[in-house]
Design a protein around this ligand. Structure first.
Ligand code: OGA
Ligand code: NI
Length: 376
């Protein structure tokens, strides 16, 4: 009866995994557009959680900068630098990544144009109640929780069969192709970085990537409107990423990202054309057992970070998350450790369960990593 296309589409949709539901909350950009002076109570943080003038800006210039060209040619010094960056910071900036400026600019423009659309038009891509793909807010689980001063468009970009295309904006024209071009370039960067991380973990270059079964890729395009009370709200609550690695492109002209380092918040100053990379929970869960009982801290950690807002300029950032296939079992790598001297901090956990469990609670530092710890 000519309905086979519809049936097919419905079947495809069913095969696409869902992640978690999130409660509906107001659109922040629209709230600011209607009344730039008003900051509702639900966004006002407790004093101790707020950005402070004592944030450690003097450490920003110490955040490592890695040259991807040197790294991918296997230069020892660059690998060593990466090892230190992963151990001491969990965050670094990447230059010489050869992602073309054109691809980035097209994507930046398309995203900015999307966020500029009237709310009714953006809401054509609004998240469904049971999932996080689309335009809206993730990680909202209770009426009481404090809300982030941002809106986001979340898309699964790879594997392409998992894309829910009805959430991919059709305005501006070409958004899909432009996003795809950007996503593909970042995938190349990610595979290169994961290869190098595999090497510094003491494995073959291809091992860590192979452990993902299929490297999945998702994107979160964040829009942080200006805020009349920037020292009382947060653009995004402190959290560590549930990814293997995350690659963030941030606006060159507006600061916002801060990372937790030595108990302080350190702003990550944008470097022109650089990408910000961080180690996610997957790496931490797999290799934290490197720690020996006599040492007090782990080897590579997924570091807490947050975004702050400002009064004068809206900020857009693109976070690209690289994650394992849902069925991958994360567990400490036996072949890399001596079981007699090593503290087994994490237990075996299926990645798909870990990811979904983390999305059932609000973003709250590293609280979600507890579920993978031994003894819980
Ligand atoms: C994220 C994130 C930080 C930023 O999307 O996971 O940490 O600066 N974003 O936008
Ligand atoms: Ni993050």
């Amino acid at each position: 009866m000519g309905s086979s296309n519809i049936d097919e589409a419905a079947m495809d949709e069913q095969d696409i995994p869902t992640y978690a539901s999130s409660l509906p909350v107001p659109n922040v950009q629209e709230m600011v557009r209607e009344n730039p002076l008003h900051v509702p109570e639900r966004y006002i943080r407790n004093h101790e959680d707020m950005p402070k003038s004592t944030d450690a800006t003097h450490l920003s210039s110490k955040i490592p900068v890695i040259d991807l060209l040197l790294l991918s040619s296997g230069r020892k010094e660059e690998l060593k630098k990466l090892d230190l960056a992963c151990q001491e910071w969990g965050f670094f900036q990447v230059v010489n990544h050869s992602v073309t400026k054109e691809v980035v600019h097209n994507f930046k423009d398309a995203t900015a144009e999307f966020f500029d659309l009237p709310l009714e038009e953006k809401n054509m891509y609004a998240m469904a109640s049971n999932d996080i793909q689309g335009y809206g807010h993730a990680y909202v689980v209770s009426e009481e929780q404090k809300l982030d001063w941002s809106d986001a468009l979340i898309l699964i970009t790879y594997p392409s069969k998992y894309r829910r295309l009805r959430f991919w904006p059709t305005t501006p024209t070409g958004f899909k192709e432009i996003t795809e071009a950007y996503a593909n370039e970042l995938r190349r960067v990610a595979e290169e970085l994961i290869g190098s991380i595999s090497l510094i973990m003491g494995m073959d270059k291809s091992t860590l990537l192979a452990m993902h079964k299929e490297l999945m890729q998702g994107m979160r395009l964040n829009y942080y409107p200006t805020c009349n009370k920037p020292d009382q709200v947060l653009g995004i609550s402190p959290h560590s990423d549930t990814s293997t690695i995350t690659i963030l492109h941030q606006d060159e002209n507006v600061n916002g990202l801060q990372i937790r380092h030595g108990g302080e918040w350190v702003p990550v100053n944008p470097i022109e054309n650089a990408l910000v990379v961080n180690i996610g929970d997957v790496i931490e869960v797999q290799i934290l057992q490197f720690i020996e009982p006599i040492l007090s801290n782990g080897k590579y950690k997924s570091i807490e970070h947050r975004a702050v807002t400002n009064e004068n300029k809206a900020r857009i950032s693109f976070a690209t998350f690289f994650i394992p296939n849902d069925d991958v079992e994360l567990e400490p790598l036996d072949n890399l450790v001596d079981p007699k001297t090593t503290l087994r901090m994490y237990k075996k956990v299926r990645y798909g369960d870990y990811l979904r469990q983390s999305m059932k609670s609000k973003l709250q530092g590293k609280a979600h990593t507890e579920m993978a710890k031994n003894g819980t």
